[in-house]
Design a protein around this ligand. Structure first.
Ligand code: ATP
Ligand code: MG
Length: 575
């Protein structure tokens, strides 16, 4: 899973988690605090567009914005950038609110919507028209594109560019009143059609959209463009540092132009590199397709990089926050290794997960010299990392299950687990020795018959003899039958976004990303396992309880395996 790709960022120091890293935005803020640029205030915002669910990339932005506010005793707003009524839905708003909360952040009473500002934004547009800085254009969208020119060729003025202020005011008002059909007219800023920055070639500020808005209903049929709404919303809210991703760097001159031309309070836009992760797509457009084309079972499918998917998978807010801290904040784009995220999840779950025994691919073991009908219970440590978590009882009896993978009839050299004639330890219990193998008609091993040594009770031999393997197990009579879902990467190549082979990203979906094991057996302490619980199935991985769990049958998701390729790679690189 860990990639050797030179573009993959493997440089963070695995031994130094959660030490809050310093980065260039801290430097900018420190300087502003020194010079008193914003009167010593730090006020950020997280501005999602409610047109999809949040994903791990958004978590980076959330941790950054809310984190800076925390660090400097400032504030961070949650603001929905709801300027496009066509793609936005209440479902997305609800999920975003829930996800930001779950990640552990609090906007207090500062939940805002760009749509709250539609009246003010309109008044400011009128102000721009009156100042001769905006005009109504009748060109079609295609014509506007044609007139815009290219990176190497200047644009051309629209024939409508020199309309009088009066005519512009009249037309803009009639746009608002709904007199014109969608797409027939737009309001544009009057800046410079020959600017080397295409964003300054008279960008569109308003368009006509006869669409019902989830908050303003049918009050409006013109809607502001993102570039116009965003800076002015920041200004209204008194944001100091308006942090966004790198692709907005070229938009900053327009952000500044609007605020300066209107002569209103002017926040500072700062750009940082967005999070990219290997084996993952983070574009909302692609994530929506995964859901709509049913490549996954909804937004909260545990294979999704959405916050709701990661939550259902068993990732914790602490792990995600640590990861965001570890990847840092930079000015240049890179691809983070999914192994680093998994490393953070293991680090956190190691501290909090209750250890249990569960057998996911069961093989029946009969202890022939253990009396029928007898059982006993062993004390098992709940968490060796946290002894205050105590112990629990694990029942033992004559018929057990072990993992199929822990037995081989004809073992190769380095296989030390159970095989005919071989003795192994059952965790917390006894040494057992394989005496006989039972097969079905097709020759598959369906049962292993063993003897146990009563003098090894607790798992150690008094005569000092050693065994090379310790297996986990459950007592068949006491076990709870469970369904276990194992997950692999949703994409089978490191960069599913690479379109150089002319293929769509869906061509790289891993057909084996989900493996359902309907008949697993877990120890009885898991009978009432509740959704939200975190467990380590010893030797198998970290698991959480899936909401599909019923009273009859618990369902567990494997969050991550125990094998930490990423940490290993760090160690090797360190030398
Ligand atoms: P779209 O590409 O559809 O506009 P978006 O991912 O930019 O989607 P927004 O809802 O506009 O979605 O994002 C809200 C905030 O999260 C923005 O400030 C954006 O810069 C930030 N953000 C989005 N994706 C990432 C990412 N991968 N890494 C860091 N920040 C991100
Ligand atoms: Mg966006």
């Amino acid at each position: 899973m860990t990639s050797q790709d030179p573009h993959v960022n493997n440089t963070s120091d695995a031994t130094e988690e959660s030490a809050s890293r310093t980065h260039f935005i801290h430097e900018i803020i420190a300087e502003d605090l020194k010079t008193g640029k914003f009167g010593g205030r730090v006020h950020t915002r997280f501005p999602p567009e409610p047109n999809g669910y949040l994903h791990i990339g958004h978590a980076k932005s959330i941790c950054l914005n809310f984190g800076l506010a925390q660090t400097y005793g400032g504030k961070c707003n949650l603001r929905f950038d709801d300027t496009n009524p066509v793609k936005e839905e209440q479902e997305y708003i609800d999920s975003i609110i829930n996800d930001v909360k779950w990640l552990g952040f609090d906007w207090a009473d500062r939940l805002f919507y760009a749509s709250d500002y539609f009246d003010q934004l309109y008044a400011w547009a009128v102000q721009l028209i009156k100042a001769g800085k905006a005009y109504v254009d009748d060109l079609t969208a295609d014509q506007i594109r044609e007139y815009r020119g290219t990176l190497t060729e200047p644009g051309k003025d629209s024939p409508y560019r020199n309309r009088s202020v009066e005519e512009n005011l009249d037309l803009f008002e009639r746009m608002k009143k709904g007199e014109f059909p969608d797409g027939s007219r737009v309001l544009r800023a009057k800046i410079d059609m020959t600017s080397p920055n295409l964003n300054l070639r008279d960008p569109v500020l308003y368009r006509i959209l006869h669409a019902e808005h989830h908050r303003t209903g049918d009050k409006w049929c013109i809607y502001p463009m993102y570039d116009y709404a965003h800076g002015q919303s920041d200004s209204i809210e008194g944001i100091t540092h308006s942090i966004c991703t790198l692709e907005f760097e070229d938009h900053r001159p327009l952000y500044d132009w609007c605020l300066d031309t209107l002569g209103v309070y002017h926040p500072q836009q700062i750009e940082f590199a967005r999070l990219n992760l290997n084996y993952t797509v983070l574009s909302k457009r692609k994530l929506i397709r995964l859901v709509q084309e049913k490549h996954v079972n909804g937004w909260d499918d545990p294979r999704m990089p959405s916050i709701s998917g990661l939550r259902r998978r068993g990732y914790t807010p602490e792990a995600i926050r640590n990861f965001c801290d570890m990847i840092g904040v930079a000015k240049n784009n890179s691809i983070a290794d999914i192994g680093m995220l998994e490393y953070c999840v293991r680090q956190d779950l190691n501290k909090r997960a209750q250890r249990v025994m569960g057998v996911i691919k069961p093989l029946k073991v009969v202890i022939t010299n253990y009396p029928e009908g007898q059982s006993e219970a062993f004390d098992a440590v709940n968490n060796p990392e946290d002894l205050t978590a105590g112990t629990r009882k694990v029942p033992f009896s004559r018929v057990l299950y072990i993992e199929q993978d822990d037995f081989m009839e004809n073992p190769p050299n380095k296989f030390y687990r159970l095989s005919p004639g071989r003795e192994v330890r059952l965790r917390y219990a006894y040494f057992i020795k394989c005496e006989e193998v039972v097969k079905d008609a097709a020759g598959n091993v369906i049962e292993v018959r063993c003897t146990y040594d009563p003098t090894t009770r607790g798992g150690d031999a008094q005569d000092g003899r050693k065994v090379k393997a310790t297996l986990h197990w459950v007592s068949a009579e006491h076990a709870v039958e469970a369904e276990v879902r194992l997950y692999n990467q949703l994409f089978d190549r490191a960069n599913p976004n690479d379109e150089s082979e002319g293929k769509d990203f869906t061509a790289y979906i891993n057909p084996n990303s989900l493996e359902v094991l309907p008949r697993c057996f877990v120890e009885p302490s898991l009978k009432d396992a509740k959704s939200g619980g975190y467990y380590q199935f010893e030797r198998i991985g970290y698991f959480c309880v899936d909401p599909d769990t019923t009273a009859e049958k618990p369902v567990f998701n494997r969050t991550v395996t125990l094998k930490d390729e990423w940490a290993k790679l760090q160690k090797n690189q360190a030398g």
